[in-house]
Design a protein around this ligand. Structure first.
Ligand code: SF4
Ligand code: SF4
Length: 169
């Protein structure tokens, strides 16, 4: 797994870039977003890209963390807390924010989604300045993932289930 560190480092740099963008959007909606420690309704069983999956495998091995199987929620959730919070995948980092998906340049024409626990008092007018452009982030993440997959010794699927982490520990 050490041979993958080059790709993980590039991925972690991307995560720092994404976190900055996420933080900027969060600030723009202060008061309307109630995401907080202990709120975990969005922590459902999910799948991630191989580069995200194997960076988590590496961290779990290093920290000696075991995923919890047999629970309805994500296998990495324990006592309402994410066991790999600093390393959680992009989809988890962006939960709750207004997320824009779609080809169109105009945010009004993109699909905007957000957690139903947020924006309960008033839904603001969304513009390109106050939504997180997921297409922009996903393009970057997919490129990193493709580079990682090419270097990997063996075939990898498009996406990998977090509950299957246990098979790689
Ligand atoms: S996205 Fe929704 S469920 Fe998840 S932490 Fe935020 S408010 Fe809670
Ligand atoms: S990885 Fe962490 S933040 Fe993401 S769904 Fe699982 S427990 Fe929740």
């Amino acid at each position: 797994m050490d041979n993958n560190q080059y790709y993980f480092d590039a991925y972690f740099e991307f995560i720092r870039f994404a976190d900055q963008k996420i933080s900027e959007i969060e600030k723009k909606h202060a008061g309307s977003i109630v995401c907080a420690k202990g709120c975990c309704e969005c922590c459902e069983d999910t799948s991630v890209l191989p580069i995200e999956f194997f960076s988590i495998v590496s961290a779990l091995k290093e920290k000696g963390i075991k995923p919890q199987l047999g629970q309805k929620s994500c296998a990495l959730l324990r006592r309402s807390l994410c066991q790999i919070y600093e390393l959680r995948p992009l989809i988890c980092r962006t939960h709750g924010l207004p997320l824009a998906y779609g080809e169109d340049e105009d945010p009004q024409m993109k699909n905007i989604s957000f957690c139903g626990l947020n924006f309960t008092k008033k839904i603001p007018k969304f513009t390109k300045n106050n939504v997180l452009d997921m297409d922009e982030l996903n393009i970057e993440l997919v490129t990193l993932n493709e580079n990682f997959k090419r270097s990997f010794d063996g075939d990898l699927p498009e996406r990998m289930e977090l509950k299957d982490l246990v098979n790689y520990l």
